[in-house]
Design a protein around this ligand. Structure first.
Ligand SMILES: *Cc1c(COP(=O)(O)O)cnc(C)c1O
Length: 320
């Protein structure tokens, strides 16, 4: 389990996931191509089951449980998409799921997690450590802990989105990927290096949480306080040991964008492409818009990672 995943693991994840996950659409827009000056393809994981790519890694990890692990159940800590992904995958595989969520998590996310049959345990995010609670539950009840990004099966599962993209569109000159803890970026790296070896690979973080970029520069994992950003899926405090190993080896650079650049992308996705994308899901496209002069005439991939944003929040972000 401590082995670093390879493209073979992505291939094997794809075989397990395909019957259960959606093959998400690849969308293009002539207007956006004209604005950017490049041919841009969007892999739309906002249309994935439960609304984000995280279903891929969660299902792959749970599908590999032994019968004993299945009986005892899974535990995960997350305020957002990973909790919903674990709850849904666990329901499909008939595994009991316990989710450790902050007591002030958005009601819609708690309700969605419970709706998938997950048992929610709440904690105080200012005074308690969710990783400690998760580990204690795992030890006391014999549950298997599946972390949100730093796990070989999770990374391999996340890599299946880019695998589908490259198989559908062929070689790309560059691909832009939202970056939190690095599961999506490192999985994408495994697929990109195999299926489009010359493709440049960029991770994109919120400016307020640039730990990934600093980690790449320093050659060691940098830890930060929870960053203040509207990109709630990228409020991670550090990369993982597995994800950083792949990222430092394969990724060309890590870029940052501001919250207002994310809001502008939410607006363009809504008005031009008629799709709802959550702030974190806009990271890749925001970087493409910034780098447009350098991308001119090229073929560019963007992973649109998720669409789980409360509609009231969507509206108030656009109005701000
Ligand atoms: C979790 C998440 C990310 C970040 O993924 P990592 O694997 O942690 O880097 C990006 N976008 C969305 C929508 C997410 O839910």
């Amino acid at each position: 389990m401590s082995l670093s995943p390879t493209f073979d693991d992505v291939r094997s994840a794809a075989a397990r996931i395909t019957p259960h996950a959606h093959r998400t659409p690849v969308l293009r827009s002539r207007r956006i191509n004209e604005q950017v000056g490049a041919d841009v393809v969007f892999k739309c994981e906002n249309f994935q089951r439960m609304g984000a790519f995280k279903f891929r890694g969660a299902f792959n990890a749970l599908s590999r449980f032994t019968s004993e692990q299945r009986r005892a159940g899974v535990v995960a800590y997350s305020s957002g998409n990973h909790a919903q992904a674990i709850a849904l995958a666990a329901r499909l595989l008939d595994i009991p799921a316990t989710l450790v969520m902050p007591h002030d998590a958005p009601a819609a996310k708690v309700a969605a997690t419970k709706g998938y049959g997950g048992q929610v345990v709440t904690y105080d995010r200012y005074t308690e450590d969710r990783e400690e609670i998760g580990r204690a539950l795992a030890a006391d009840r014999g549950l298997t802990l599946i972390p949100p990004y730093d796990h070989p099966h999770v990374i391999a599962g996340q890599g299946t989105a880019a695998k589908e993209l490259f198989e559908e569109v062929g070689d790309l000159d560059a691909i832009f990927v939202p970056l939190g803890g690095g599961g999506l970026l490192s999985g994408t790296a495994l697929s990109a290096r195999e299926l489009s070896p010359g493709c440049e690979l960029y991770g994109v973080e919120p400016e307020a949480g640039d730990d990934g970029r600093r980690s790449l520069r320093q050659g060691a994992i940098v830890h930060i306080d929870t960053p203040a950003t509207i990109a709630d899926g990228a409020q991670t405090q550090h990369l993982g040991a597995h994800t950083f190993e792949i990222i430092r080896r394969e990724v060309d650079d890590i870029l940052t964008v501001t919250d207002s650049e994310l809001v502008e992308c939410m607006r363009i996705f809504g008005s031009v492409m008629k799709i709802v994308v959550e702030p974190t899901g806009c990271l890749g496209f925001a970087a493409v818009r910034k780098l447009a002069p350098r991308l001119r005439g090229g073929r560019v991939g963007v992973i649109v990672s998720g669409g789980n944003v409360d509609l009231d929040r969507f509206v108030s972000l656009l109005a701000s």
